[in-house]
Design a protein around this ligand. Structure first.
Ligand SMILES: [Zn+2]
Length: 400
């Protein structure tokens, strides 16, 4: 195994300096959701430099690079948008500089998700350099947009309109070099309660929408403790995360109250179940209350709108599945040891590829979930190279 590792990682090493430069460049281009145009163009430039067979930006704004022309079609996906930096003062360094220190690259997006883009772009190139089965496999390296705002949406467009007939997906989201095969789903729910407004000096004349809702809120808190658990994915959860009301005046009884619920869905839980659970609570008043699933309709950087409901299904790929096994063998060769198999705590584009389209999906990436979206946003350079080796091997292992 050690020899295998040495030869594969040895070949990946030739791209070390290029990967560092590419990574730092990506960090230097701010690209929050819906504003990824320049990041996409920078990736196009790198793919063209690496002589990809085909490179394009699709109508929705995803970057796609193709290598090979075989019947087995595999997508390497990483999203190219990042979250914002928040308060600049809480950073001890410039989040848009790409600081390189003690073997790590720091900056916004370093662990979410440029950490995936860089080894995937170079991994596909190394696969080709190794002289491997270009007639057996087609690799599509996808830099998907708007994941931070609406998981799965950019990849959805790529899989339904730009590529099609994809057999496998591997995402570059942070796994700390473990092979991941699922995560809990989630949905964004509003509950709206109507009331009857009246003068605040005589509240008995009306029906206070806040009072109606407050009973339901107590029951939602209890509902959270009774939700299903799963050995692999963990427990389903619900939390009220926002409350607002509409009232004609601060001296009037409010006639509308709205709460927002963050619902995480474990194995066996779906949209219909989650909605029914709220509607079946004792204080849910069908005449005066309704449950709504939020919708997303922000235009992409190309101006295209794909309206969708904010329901992101749970997904798990069984450990025995050939893709997980191929991921395991590829990781073993890149790491020189057997990899751990696990699942994410956060949500990814897998909600669409596997959650909706049922395309077998796994993930492998350098960096840790804990560093994502934090001011410690970083990736270890050595781990970028290990991941690069993994991505050069995976197409060979899946097409066996
Ligand atoms: Zn991410």
């Amino acid at each position: 195994m050690c020899n295998l590792k040495t030869s594969l990682v040895g070949k990946a090493e030739k791209y070390r300096e290029d990967c560092i430069d590419f990574m730092r460049d990506l960090i230097r281009i701010p690209g929050v959701s819906c504003k990824e145009k320049e990041v996409a163009e920078r990736i196009v430039k790198e793919m063209k430099h690496l002589k990809y067979d085909k490179v394009w930006i699709d109508d929705y704004g995803n970057v796609i690079g193709q290598i090979g022309h075989g019947p087995v079609r595999i997508v390497f996906d990483s999203h190219i948008d990042t979250v914002d930096i928040g308060n600049r003062d809480s950073w001890s360094y410039d989040p848009y500089l790409g600081k390189l220190e003690d073997g790590y690259i720091y900056g916004r997006g370093a662990s979410d998700n440029h950490n995936g883009t860089v080894p995937q772009v170079y991994g596909a190139a190394l696969f080709r350099d190794l002289g491997e089965q270009l007639d057996k496999v087609t690799i599509f390296v996808v830099g998907s947009v708007q994941e931070e705002d609406c998981d799965g949406l950019g990849l959805q467009y790529a899989l339904e309109h730009s590529i099609k007939n994809v057999d496998f997906v591997c995402m570059g989201e942070a796994t700390d070099l473990k092979v991941y095969r699922g995560h809990r789903g989630r949905m964004e729910i509003n509950v709206v309660a109507k009331g009857i407004s009246c003068h605040g000096s005589a509240p008995e004349r009306g029906k206070n929408a806040i009072y109606r809702m407050s009973k339901l809120i107590n029951e939602i808190e209890k509902l959270n403790t009774t939700l299903q658990d799963d050995l692999f994915l963990g427990k389903g959860t619900c939390a009220v995360t926002h409350i607002s009301c509409e009232t004609p005046s601060l001296c009037a009884v409010p006639d509308l109250c709205r709460i927002h619920i963050d619902r995480r869905l474990t194995h066996g839980e779906d949209k219909d179940l989650a909605v029914k659970q709220i509607e079946n609570l004792p204080s849910f008043d069908r005449e005066n209350m309704k449950v709504e699933i939020l919708r997303y309709n922000a235009p992409s950087h190309t101006g295209k709108v794909l309206e969708t409901e904010k329901y992101f299904p749970t997904w798990v790929l069984q450990e025995e599945h050939p893709l997980v096994q191929a991921g395991k063998r590829s990781a073993e060769q890149a790491l020189g040891r057997a990899p751990e198999i696990g699942r994410w705590v956060f949500s990814t584009n897998g909600v669409f590829s596997m959650g909706r389209l049922k395309i077998p999906t796994i993930g492998f990436g350098p960096a840790t979930e804990e560093d994502a979206h934090s001011t410690r946003d970083r990736v270890k350079v050595d781990d970028l190279i290990t991941a690069l080796a993994f991505y050069a091997k995976l197409p060979i292992e899946v097409s066996r």
